[in-house]
Design a protein around this ligand. Structure first.
Ligand code: FRU
Length: 406
């Protein structure tokens, strides 16, 4: 008690000196602040309560935990965003429907991960990132389900996970409309839901994490238009191989691309001479692009909504005897794998691609915050993307440690 009292007295003196000297001189206070033992925050608060309300308020504000929300949720703080930005803020009442309690504190948490189609390399990377991130949380067990690009299968995957009693659902939906209802059911049953990469029709979930596909498409469109101008391609003929129509990124990447062309003075109506869906798949992109090169042998730019489809188009062009060196092939994903987009730019097949983060690691980090710390997350977190043009490809490869890293 005596130590506490004398400590309190010291704190009072120091605080009084700090308040008095505030704004006047800066030299002395630094040493004195450092002299306050950080281990004794309780004593500090007690010491100032009665006598120095002003100093107390100033001294304790920073030590308060983030404001507690209704229903036991604590508002997220910016340092939790891990490089992402907030597009839609947290719901004031928390990330679960009204009437749901905060998640129960447990020794073990079961997380269900419903993947749209693990056969696609980018999705395999997402699952691996989730798995690796979850290993850092010994109290997490993740059950993976793969719908193999079948909406009905993905609905039953989620039902199955709910039957197994998952504490939280992560889902990257194949298409928005067919998965909308089952996600709502999960969320309505008080299971927190984190949606990755492809959004749903309605935000009946705890949070959405993904990169801005309109912005990526726009960057691709600007790049294409500039390339045509710099290479004297007038008119500039563009063929587009689109992703699965019911998946929002396909629409966003298509719309953004058209805006990007317009930004650089190209009329998309005229420039885009061919547009076909290949469901995100390389094997479907080969015949689709073959049809494009047959009908329009002078294609200048081939825009694939993802790298596998752009690579499929490259194969089709080679098979058709088209001079591939004459065409700008654009993709999206930029995986740092041997056959991923970064290596493809380094090897000269793709002319440009864009790093599209999977959000796998972020999903696990937010799952931890939601389940174990009852953090109320933003409703929509946007992850950054990056352009992988030939002049930047080596640097990006080095950053992500791709096989060609130096
Ligand atoms: C894989 C994939 C990625 C793409 C993303 C869009 O299914 O097509 O290649 O970037 O999904 O949702």
């Amino acid at each position: 008690m005596r130590t506490k009292m004398s400590f309190s007295l010291l704190v009072l003196i120091v605080l009084a000196m700090m308040v008095a000297g505030c704004g006047a001189q800066q030299a002395a206070p630094t040493a004195k602040v450092e002299a306050i033992p950080v281990e004794e925050p309780t004593a500090k608060v007690e010491a100032t309560t009665a006598t120095e309300p002003t100093a107390e308020a100033e001294a304790t504000t920073v030590e308060e935990p983030a404001a507690a929300e209704g229903g036991g949720w604590t508002m997220y703080s910016p340092d939790m965003l891990g490089g992402g930005t907030v597009l839609e803020d947290a719901r004031p009442a928390g990330p679960l429907p009204e009437g749901c309690a905060v998640p129960e504190v447990k020794d073990k948490y079961l997380i269900g991960m419903s993947q749209a189609n693990r056969a696609e390399p980018w999705r395999e990377a997402m699952d691996s990132q989730i798995e690796a991130a979850a290993q850092e949380y010994p109290n997490f067990e993740v059950i993976f389900q793969d719908a193999a690009q079948d909406n009905a299968d993905q609905v039953s995957d989620v039902e199955n996970l709910l039957t197994q009693g998952i504490d939280l659902l992560i889902i990257s939906p194949n298409e928005a409309a067919p998965l909308n209802e089952i996600v709502k059911e999960a969320w309505d049953s008080c299971v927190p839901v984190i949606v990755l990469d492809r959004n749903l029709v309605d935000p009946n979930y705890s949070m959405f994490i993904g990169a801005d596909n309109v912005a990526i498409g726009q960057a691709a469109g600007q790049y294409a238009a500039k390339w045509c101008a710099e290479n004297g391609r007038e008119p500039c003929e563009i063929a587009e191989i689109r992703g699965l129509e019911g998946a929002p990124p396909a629409k966003d990447r298509g719309d953004g691309f058209r805006t990007g062309l317009q930004d650089e003075g190209l009329d998309p109506e005229q420039a885009i001479i061919f547009s076909q869906n290949a469901d995100w798949l390389r094997e479907r992109a080969v015949p689709a692009a073959a049809a494009a090169f047959q009908a329009f042998p002078d294609v200048d730019v081939l825009y694939g909504h993802n790298d596998p489809m752009a690579e499929g188009a490259y194969i089709a062009a080679s098979d058709a005897g088209v001079n591939v060196a004459d065409i700008l092939f654009i993709g999206i994903d930029a995986l740092p794998t041997p056959d991923g987009g970064i290596m493809s730019v380094l090897e000269g097949r793709l002319g440009v691609t864009f790093v599209y983060p999977t959000g796998g690691r972020q999903a696990i980090e937010w799952a931890n915050l939601i389940l174990t710390q009852h953090v109320n997350p933003p409703l929509w977190v946007v992850l950054p993307f990056d352009t992988v043009s030939p002049d930047k490809a080596q640097e990006v490869c080095n950053t992500f440690n791709c096989p060609g890293a130096q």
